[in-house]
Write a new protein. Structure first.
Length: 410
């Protein structure tokens, strides 16, 4: 068997609107939109520099239908670079760029082959004795087990299965093309190139079943290093290594205040915690969510100055590093227990609003209202998993704190 190398990528989500960030800070959203394009360009650079033999994208090249042709032109430009380097590209449609979703087209270079959506198809690289088997999504939702219909392996060849799937379930990803590892093993392939799940995961070793994750984090739920996988096959032995491509990241920081911390003391405590964050940025801009917890007798003042305090926190972030951007300040500080002041507060508005978790019926109602908003958003903006950038519980916490801060001011 010949030796060869290939790149396995998935979930590029080119054209992602980053609506959650855009609602909070348009400048940060634009930074991450640019980062998504940079991530794919960086991966193409790696493919050309390493001289890989072929390139796989296991679904969701695009985030949804294009507003115009700009994103299609960008993708065409990048894969044309691969064509000039003699690198074939194999694409599979996922739920975000299904046949029913992407209505615009740009003619792609001749090095690009796309798996069919009506049934599984096979592409062969004769000189490498490699067969690639796959089926894309015809519709946004694919509830059937596609893997079981994949063809038998080519005897004596290296067989690769390409599939966009949630397997037996990977929260919070929708359950598309469900199947088990045993279903994959039953096909007798040598490698499974999966897509759909945005976290890097080695699902199985025999054969190697891999989710490479997405190339660039898109929300606070997608933290840490992002990229693709370089696979090397030598004498039938399969090895892999990650290629990190992201150029901006999301992170969270939890800070607990003490009962006697006033606002300047809280800011000093935050800056101390931010020093450790700045040391781990690896040269990348950071969208940081700060969760402020604990108890404080200054809580009422904190809520009354919520807008100014958020700006102070952003300023503290920039004092620690110029590229730490406050994605969200989540204040969960509770009143200090005991004392006449705390008792008076609890008899007021705070006594009428849940300060801990929210009841299930309230969460259900909030989710229904979010769905109504999503249906009214233009151009597919509401097609993402987190339409308003957060889940219902986080948005209720935010609404509660906004109400309390306004009440404290007035």
């Amino acid at each position: 068997m010949t030796s060869f190398r290939f790149i396995h990528a998935a979930d590029l989500h080119l054209g992602s609107p980053f609506q959650g960030l855009a609602l909070k800070d348009a400048a940060i959203a634009e930074l991450f939109i640019e980062a998504s394009r940079k991530a794919f360009s960086a991966l193409v650079d790696q493919a050309v520099e390493r001289g890989v033999d072929f390139f796989i994208v296991a679904g969701d090249v695009y985030d949804g239908d294009w507003k115009d042709n700009k994103i299609g032109l960008f993708f065409n430009r990048e894969v044309a670079r691969l064509e000039r380097a003699g690198i074939p590209v194999f694409l599979l449609k996922g739920n975000h760029d299904a046949e029913s979703v992407i209505t615009k087209t740009i003619t792609l270079p001749r090095n690009v082959s796309e798996f069919p959506v009506a049934k599984p198809g096979t592409f062969k690289l004769e000189h490498l004795k490699v067969a690639l088997h796959g089926q894309g999504f015809a519709e946004r939702s694919a509830s059937e087990n596609l893997a079981l219909a994949y063809p038998k392996p080519e005897a004596g060849w290296f067989n690769i299965g390409v599939l966009h799937t949630s397997l037996t379930g990977r929260e919070p990803h929708a359950p598309y093309a469900p199947c088990s590892v045993e279903d994959l093993r039953s096909r007798g392939y040598d490698y499974w190139a999966l897509g759909h799940v945005h976290d890097f995961e080695i699902v199985a070793e025999d054969p190697l079943v891999v989710f490479p994750g997405n190339l660039q984090g898109r929300s606070i739920r997608e933290q840490g290093a992002k990229g693709a996988v370089l696979v090397t096959v030598e004498d039938g032995r399969v090895a892999h290594q990650r290629i990190i491509t992201d150029s901006a990241r999301f992170a969270e920081l939890a800070v607990a205040v003490e009962p006697d911390d006033d606002i300047p003391a809280i800011l000093r405590r935050l800056e101390d915690a931010l020093e450790a964050v700045a040391e781990k940025m690896e040269g990348r801009p950071l969208a940081l969510r700060i969760r402020l917890g604990g108890r404080s007798r200054f809580r009422k003042e904190l809520m009354a100055r919520a807008d100014d305090f958020r700006d102070e926190v952003q300023a503290a972030c920039h004092r620690c590093h110029e590229d730490i951007w406050l994605e969200k300040l989540d204040v969960r500080v509770e009143p200090e227990t005991g004392g006449a002041t705390a008792s008076a507060d609890m008899l007021g508005l705070e006594g009428l609003i849940p300060m801990g978790g929210f009841p299930p019926e309230l969460l259900s109602d909030a989710e229904a209202r979010i769905a109504e908003i999503a249906a009214r958003l233009p151009g597919g903006t509401g097609a993402g998993e987190l339409v308003l950038g957060d889940d219902a519980e986080a948005l209720l916490h935010e609404a509660r704190d906004l109400l309390l801060s306004r009440a404290a001011r007035g």
